[in-house]
Write a protein that binds this ligand. Structure first.
Ligand code: NAD
Ligand code: UDP
Ligand code: UDP
Length: 323
């Protein structure tokens, strides 16, 4: 049975809507019949990700940089605008911090004026290189404030601060999700994150680039599980502000990931070991008790199943580019 909130069409702003996660979110919201305004400056996003939505009457696309004010009338906001891959967020670190911090101020000002409910795509990076494992939401993190990752980590931490201050000071209804590594179709082949790197390298028969000794771990969530979590959080009662971890607790070393990709692609690529980037977290795994208890959310897609679908996507993409 539909809930009342899913029957009533709402005006929903998605910032970063032309990116990997944002475009999948737009798909679901458009399908549900909402009026969706997608805002993106195309820094890492692509029109191709949302091209199939352009002729839908309840979808609108606006090129806009969230570091500048935006005056529109909306009921809900999903704030996803921010490059997520280390190579992209370190390309122009000042702009990355501005996107997180000025972007948050602008969308929160918009939410305050329109009384919209607002979702923030925060990140497991707020835990930095964690000394608590698995990470619970009450852990304050271990973040270098001045390193090459800080523009992203501290930008997202400051955005969380702003969300909670607008909530306490101005009664803005907030929903803060701490997202752990998520992968799937529509990742950019040059995105630079580990899952897309390994798959593209395996499919092209190039060397698989393991940074460090490959013993560092990550927990990988398939995009469809994650987006279901976004909607569950947005539709939860107002007192559920988060921060709430959203991720798949299955934990793998980068060597295990490489082996799974090699096996599923049937590739004969060789593993090569490269220097570990500075401040690269050694381990990461979400404690999702809060998401389970408060949202009734649990990820369903195991790594190999999600990898198989992602490999098929990159295979199609690479063969169409080559033909
Ligand atoms: P992505 O790079 O594919 O998407 C980010 C989108 O934001 C892109 O379309 C980009 O063009 C847009 N953008 C960047 N700066 C902007 C600006 N100043 N104004 C307007 N648009 C801007 O990355 P993604 O994986 O889809 O990530 C989406 C969000 O989720 C990000 O906020 C990211 O920090 C967060 N997140 C993602 C993951 C993950 O594993 N995918 C993990 C933690 C957090
Ligand atoms: N803002 C926006 N759209 C709106 C309302 C506000 O982009 O509909 C931006 C604007 O740049 C403003 C910021 O959000 O400076 C913060 O708004 P707030 O009302 O908190 O503060 P103030 O307007 O006093 O700066
Ligand atoms: N990584 C790797 N090879 C690559 C890209 C990344 O071994 O080609 C490693 C990286 O050092 C990190 C992990 O994979 O330990 C996840 O990196 P990613 O950039 O995907 O995400 P994040 O570090 O932000 O979790």
């Amino acid at each position: 049975m539909n809930t009342a909130s899913s029957i009533v069409a709402r005006r929903i702003l998605v910032t970063g809507g032309a990116g990997f996660l944002g475009s999948h979110l737009c798909d679901l919201l458009v399908e549900a019949g909402h009026e969706v305004l997608c805002v993106d400056n195309y820094f890492t996003g692509r029109r191709a990700n949302i091209a199939h939505l352009l002729d839908r009457s309840n979808f609108e696309l606006m090129r806009h940089d969230v570091t500048f004010p935006l005056y529109v009338e909306v009921d809900e906001i999903y704030n996803l605008a921010c490059p997520a891959s280390p190579i992209h967020y370190q390309f122009d670190p000042v702009q990355t911090t501005k996107t997180s911090v000025h972007g948050a101020i602008n969308v929160l000002g918009l939410a305050k004026r329109t009384r919209a409910k607002i979702f923030q795509a925060s990140t497991s990076e707020v835990y930095g290189d964690p000394s608590v494992h698995p990470q619970t939401e009450d852990y304050w993190g271990n973040v270098n404030p001045i390193g090459p990752r800080s523009c992203y980590d501290e930008g997202k931490r400051c955005a969380e601060t702003l969300f909670f201050d607008y909530h306490r000071q101005h009664k803005v209804r907030i929903k803060v999700a701490r997202i752990f590594n998520t992968y799937g179709p529509r990742m950019h082949p040059q995105d630079g994150r580990v899952v897309s790197n390994f798959i593209v390298q395996a499919l092209k028969g190039e060397d698989i680039t393991i940074f460090g000794d490959g013993q560092q771990t990550r927990s990988f969530c398939f995009y469809s599980d994650l987006i279901r979590g976004f909607l569950a959080l947005m539709d939860s009662p107002d007192e559920v502000t988060g921060p709430v971890n959203l991720g798949n607790p299955g934990e793998f070393s980068m060597l295990e990931l490489a082996e799974a990709v090699l096996e599923l692609t049937g590739s004969r690529s060789k593993l090569v070991f490269m220097p570990l980037p500075q401040d690269d977290p050694r381990q990461r795994r979400p404690d999702i008790t809060q998401a389970q208890d408060k949202l009734g959310w649990t990820p369903q897609v195991p790594l190999r199943e999600g990898l198989t679908e992602t490999i098929a996507y990159f295979d199609r993409l690479l063969s169409s580019n080559e033909s």
